[in-house]
Write a protein that binds this ligand. Structure first.
Ligand code: ATP
Ligand code: MG
Length: 416
């Protein structure tokens, strides 16, 4: 029992172990596998940045910047922020390091991100994202490649069924501005019926009203104009190239003409992979094209497109992953055997086998540990066995036991 003055875990953070950790690791492993197939380079970034990196690229009126960031002054008096997402930091790194010469760059990363939100299932204050970005490619083929990567990841995780790709375009700045004005007019006409939060958004960030989760707003949102009639010829062609590419790649999608992304920097393609299996936390992967971002941070105009996914949300969708797999458990009986077992353990592990030792309690307890670890074999080592230079190798699935020479153990267990 913890004493009452023992510090607690911070609200909204997690200690991840056991089954949850195996799910988490499976998501990360699958992502790392797939990003290699798509020739994305791995990138490691700082966990915190100058506050301006996020404030300027995400926009002051977004939820993330206005109420979710962990921002503080460091001991030198500089304002720093724990990253609430990856894209802005990647854009900053692109500018800082002068990576234009390498463009287009295909980059992948994962790690913790921080947002001050109300914690609930699938929503944490420190959570984890996988993230994939293509910087310096303006072609719709880049959007298609990223979406196909996401689709393949969901398939490799075995969770594609029940997850839908919702796709929209926000057009170029001209299209988006026309749509924005039409939305302002529509929402202003219904101002008195809107939720309080949406009335505030009407002044600050009217597109975001489309994102409202308030039941009061749903009817008004459903009747809001879609973007189609405001799309320029160029924007329309761009979107058709994306959807045509997805069809060619065999990636299923549905159109959601009212989908917007919370952040200001999106252009053209915007998308979310959503499921109804996680309640209100149903968005598992989200992203889009952010051609205006790098310029807004002071870099040369550079197009970009990317997505991020919550590792915890993907992990919750997985079937229970297989328990850890252990090749063998060494069970020494007696002191001489315990010492000898150290050598055998080292030898088996050096040979590439996953091996643990059961050295506590009576024989029954030790064999129970071998079962609990779901080991394939128990290697039983007593005084008799040491004298004869053999161990008893028990196949835990069949219960069969046979003697195996100590120096042939690695070979026998590897072959089996
Ligand atoms: P939501 O609408 O659920 O708040 P968002 O639009 O804020 O999501 P993004 O900024 O697009 O989310 O982040 C990408 C992904 O990160 C989300 O689709 C989700 O899977 C995950 N995510 C976002 N916020 C959290 C959180 N607080 N806890 C766990 N996962 C999160
Ligand atoms: Mg959010």
């Amino acid at each position: 029992m913890a004493r009452t003055d023992t510090p607690n875990r911070i609200r909204g953070t997690q200690d991840i172990v056991g089954e949850d950790e195996r799910r988490f690791a499976r998501v990360v492993d699958a992502f790392d596998h797939v990003r290699r197939l798509y020739c994305f380079d791995r990138l490691e970034l700082p966990v915190f940045e100058a506050t301006a990196v996020f404030a300027r690229s995400l926009g002051e009126t977004t939820d993330v910047v206005s109420k979710e960031m962990y921002t503080f002054d460091d001991r030198g008096g500089d304002s720093v922020t724990l990253r609430p997402e990856f894209t802005a930091g990647i854009a900053r790194a692109f500018i800082t390091n002068g990576w234009q010469q390498h463009a287009p760059m295909k980059l992948a990363t994962h790690g913790p991100v921080f947002r001050y939100e109300r914690p609930q299932k699938g929503r944490y204050r420190q959570f984890h994202q996988i993230d994939a970005e293509i910087i310096g490619a303006a072609e719709p083929a880049a959007d298609v490649e990223l979406l196909t990567l996401a689709d393949q990841l969901l398939n490799e995780l075995g969770i594609a069924e029940g997850v839908t790709l919702q796709l929209n375009t926000l057009g170029d700045p001209h299209s988006r501005e026309g749509w924005r004005l039409a939305l302002i007019e529509h929402f202003a006409n219904h101002q008195l019926d809107l939720s309080e939060e949406s009335r505030v958004r009407l002044e600050t960030n009217p597109l975001r009203i489309l994102d409202s989760k308030s039941p009061q707003d749903q009817q008004i949102v459903a009747e809001a104009p879609g973007i189609d009639e405001f799309l320029t010829r160029f924007s329309r062609d761009y979107f058709e190239a994306v959807t045509g590419g997805l069809d060619a790649a065999g990636v299923a999608w549905t159109r959601n003409a009212r989908l917007v992304r919370g952040l200001d920097y999106y252009r053209h393609t915007a998308f979310e992979f959503v499921t109804d299996r996680l309640g209100a936390q149903g968005t598992v992967i989200a992203g889009g094209r952010y051609d205006g971002l790098i310029e807004s941070l002071g870099g040369n105009p550079t197009p970009g497109v990317g997505w991020a996914a919550g590792i915890e949300r993907l992990a919750m969708l997985l079937d229970e992953p297989a328990a850890k797999s252990v090749d063998a458990v060494v069970v020494p009986l007696g002191e001489a055997a315990a010492t000898r077992a150290q050598g055998i353990l080292a030898q088996l592990r050096r040979a590439g086998l996953a091996v643990d030792m059961a050295f506590k309690g009576n024989m029954k307890k030790r064999m129970a540990k071998a079962d609990a670890l779901r080991a394939r074999y128990a290697v039983i080592l007593g005084d008799d066995e040491i004298a004869s230079g053999e161990a008893g190798v028990k196949n835990l699935a069949t219960g069969e036991q046979q003697p195996v020479a100590l120096d042939a153990l690695a070979e026998t267990l590897s072959a089996a």
